[in-house]
Design a protein around this ligand. Structure first.
Ligand SMILES: [Zn+2]
Length: 64
């Protein structure tokens, strides 16, 4: 269930092929990023707090 791209109007998300938190190149946009944060706890934490911010911005729209 990684079809849903991150919010497209998020200015922090410069490239889907690069981790926005540490800059690591990702092999494959969506699932590559999931693999990356899975293997990188620091990035996962950043990603989760990023989601929290997005969820605040567009309540209910992104996560449901
Ligand atoms: Zn990263």
């Amino acid at each position: 269930m990684v079809d849903d791209a991150p919010a497209r109007d998020d200015t922090e998300w410069n490239s889907p092929e690069q981790c926005p938190f540490c800059g690591t190149p990702l092999t494959d946009g969506g699932s590559g990023f999931i693999d990356h944060i899975d293997a990188t706890p620091a990035c996962r934490e950043s990603f989760e707090s990023w989601i929290d911010r997005v969820r605040d911005d567009i309540e209910g729209e992104w996560i449901g």
